[in-house]
Design a binder for this molecule. Structure first.
Ligand code: WTA
Length: 639
């Protein structure tokens, strides 16, 4: 593993040295780091780029394979060491352990099965599953044959699946009969069946029988995953070589919400993404084999991609996958898992910390947590109270906490302290990783040069793990990320920088909400609400929420007034669940007779946000409104 060791930043001095090198000569810097991947063919050109189109191409001419880098290359030296630990939803059910050799065998077999089902290089495969090992195996099996995976979070509705499958024109879906979530089980396969009524591209559905019981199968289309896999193994056909892929071949698509329209498919490429997830995992968490890394995210989100599957396996580490939820059977579940498996690194989200904090200290009694060495947080700004609770009660006031800022589009962590190496500052993500050149800009696009500044966060030079395109619509990628401030990648986040050059991300500045760490576009949500036959118009804003970070406040105009609010509210919530999924359900619905609009018809969200936040005195200028009396009405009936 000497190649990996050459990536390590071990001291503050080495961080500064590496950072400076990465800015002075980025091509040389990354050419050097890229040697830590296993290449079938070496690359010829380090980087080709412009942010106008945008075009970003790293390591061209080289070929490699993701599953080979995650698995095969570790077999000789530590094939019999553990790669994946799976903790089931039910704490009394058996845990599963896979060594690298075992995981490799399962991935090979599943890749062979995908091929047999007719999936080829370049095809898109959607995965709609619970947090079972086969999800990670399925993802890696896709990469082995060069198919592009697109994981759809198991909480999304049939309509959301259909939108994603159709956009990607997926040829196959991998799913489970159902998934466990705490005391509940969720029937995933029937949701897929419903979705596929609207999709023509899908030829095959591979179904993992996980919860048992009735699971209707369409004999022309559906196949039993384990049955097929066992047959292949028995026949000795469960082998599949790793397909050499070009550096810039897409590795996966992950759909994410933006401020306009339907979710877009963020496209990541092979070599750059792999290098980025490997490099950031090793350095931010200061990971050392054979530590056990427990990332509590779902593989349906980017955090699960980069820090449950790719990062840990690329470095030959041990990753823990947890099927259940933090509060079942009780609020001590995370801590039980930490003790049971002697977890070294815990990576979770502020919303989880806040909800466990709200359960008091009782669930922590009799838990040791002595194995923990590093704590991490991701997904939204962490408030000081949650940071201190995490530090004091989980970290025993000793462990480093890494506050990692990044996005689906960035592939991996961009701004974070490095555990025990650079300084941790509560509520600050602090310093950029080598290769990341953050800039703050004002509304006019002026770059703020002063050390202390507050503005919109942009990045001014490509890094290997960045977004390459939005699937099927490159122009949308340009528009969304590269047109607001020409020559810069715009993150959509607001940010402060202190005199020490440390960054504090304050939250989205566009019309995207961050609810329990999940991104929800207000436009998408309003479209869903407006589908309800009784809704004329709606406007959705965020407001501070103790547990979720942001709650969803919906102002809705109905056709038939006065509204019988109980039933109308339920009907609207059902519509949202049906069209997007339960995560997007508004916390508060206020029925209104009008919305504050400018004379040109634009909804003044600023005002609605202030009302939702209860900040009456700071409504600001309302004189440009078409009908200022609307505001009085809304304030009077505010929830
Ligand atoms: C927010 C999740 C503050 C931010 C990896 C970003 C954060 C959005 C942090 C991306 C953090 C993520 N501090 N804010 N440490 N991490 N965010 O695409 O607003 O689901 O733009 O990726 O989450 O969310 P996404």
């Amino acid at each position: 593993m000497t190649q990996l060791d050459s990536l390590r930043i071990k001291s503050l001095e080495s961080y500064h040295r590496e950072y400076d090198l990465s800015v002075q000569d980025p091509k040389k810097f990354w050419a050097d780091k890229a040697k830590s991947l296993e290449w079938f063919t070496p690359f010829q050109e380090v980087l080709n780029w412009n942010f106008q189109e945008p075009q970003v191409r790293w390591f061209e001419g080289g070929t490699l394979n993701a599953s080979y880098n995650c698995l095969d290359r570790h077999l000789a030296e530590h094939g019999d060491e553990e790669a994946l630990v799976w903790e089931p939803n039910d704490p009394t059910s058996p845990t599963r352990h896979y060594t690298y050799r075992e995981l490799h065998a399962e991935v090979e077999a599943t890749a062979a099965l995908l091929k047999e089902m007719g999936v080829s290089k370049g095809d898109r495969v959607c995965l709609y599953m619970g947090m079972v090992p086969e999800l990670a195996i399925g993802v890696l099996a896709c990469t082995r044959i060069g198919a592009i995976h697109s994981v759809i979070f198991g909480g999304f509705s049939a309509q959301s699946i259909a939108d994603r499958v159709n956009d990607a024109q997926a040829v196959a879906i991998l799913t489970c009969d159902g998934a466990y979530r705490g005391a509940k089980s969720i029937p995933l396969k029937s949701v897929v069946d419903q979705a596929l009524e609207q999709c023509t591209s899908v030829q095959r559905v591979l179904v993992l029988k996980h919860i048992g019981g009735d699971c209707p199968m369409n004999t022309n289309r559906d196949r039993d995953w384990l049955e097929k896999l066992n047959a292949l193994k028995k026949e000795g056909r469960a082998h599949c070589p790793a397909e050499p892929m070009n550096s810039e071949d897409p590795l996966f698509i992950l759909y994410t919400s933006g401020s306009t329209g339907k979710p877009k498919g963020v496209v990541h490429s092979t070599a750059g993404y792999l290098l980025w997830s490997q490099y950031t995992f090793l350095n931010v968490f200061q990971y050392q084999r054979p530590q056990l890394h427990f990332c509590t995210a779902d593989i349906g989100w980017i955090t699960g991609h980069s820090y449950i599957v790719y990062g840990p396996l690329l470095v030959g580490g041990r990753t823990l996958m947890f099927e259940g939820i933090p509060t079942w059977p009780d609020a001590g579940r995370f801590w039980d898992i930490v003790d049971k498996h002697t977890v070294d690194i815990l990576y979770t989200a502020p919303t989880a910390i806040r909800s466990l904090m709200a359960c008091g200290l009782e669930p922590l009694q009799s838990k040791s947590l002595a194995s923990l060495k590093v704590l991490g947080t991701v997904g939204e700004p962490i408030n000081a109270e949650a940071w201190h609770w995490y530090h004091e009660h989980i970290g025993k006031s000793e462990l480093p906490i890494v506050d990692t800022w990044w996005q689906t589009e960035t592939g991996g962590i961009l701004i974070s302290n490095l555990a025990g190496v650079t300084e941790a500052v509560p509520t600050f993500a602090t310093l950029p990783l080598p290769g990341i050149q953050p800039v703050l800009v004002d509304e006019n696009g002026q770059i703020l040069e002063a050390a202390e500044a507050r503005g919109n966060l942009c990045i001014r030079y490509p890094w290997p793990g960045m977004i390459r395109s939005t699937w099927g619509d490159h122009e949308r990628c340009r528009q969304t990320y590269f047109s607001t401030y020409p020559g810069l990648y715009f993150t959509g986040d607001g940010c402060n920088r202190n005199a020490q050059g440390q960054y504090r991300i304050t939250g989205r500045v566009d019309d995207v909400l961050n609810v329990s760490g999940h991104r929800i576009g207000t436009a998408e949500l309003e479209n869903a609400i407006n589908q309800h036959p009784n809704v004329v118009e709606s406007a959705v804003v965020g407001y501070p929420h103790d547990i979720k970070g942001q709650g969803i406040y919906a102002y809705i105009i109905c056709q038939s007034l006065p509204v019988e609010s109980g039933t109308a509210r339920k009907a609207i919530l059902d519509t949202v669940s049906h069209l997007i999924g339960p995560i997007a359900k508004p916390d508060k619905i206020q029925f209104v007779s009008g919305l504050p609009k400018t004379r040109s018809g634009k909804i003044m969200r600023r005002i609605l946000r202030k009302i939702a936040e209860g900040e009456w005195e700071q409504l600001g200028d309302t004189s440009t409104l078409l009908d200022p009396t609307v505001v009085q009405d809304i304030m009077q009936s505010r929830l």
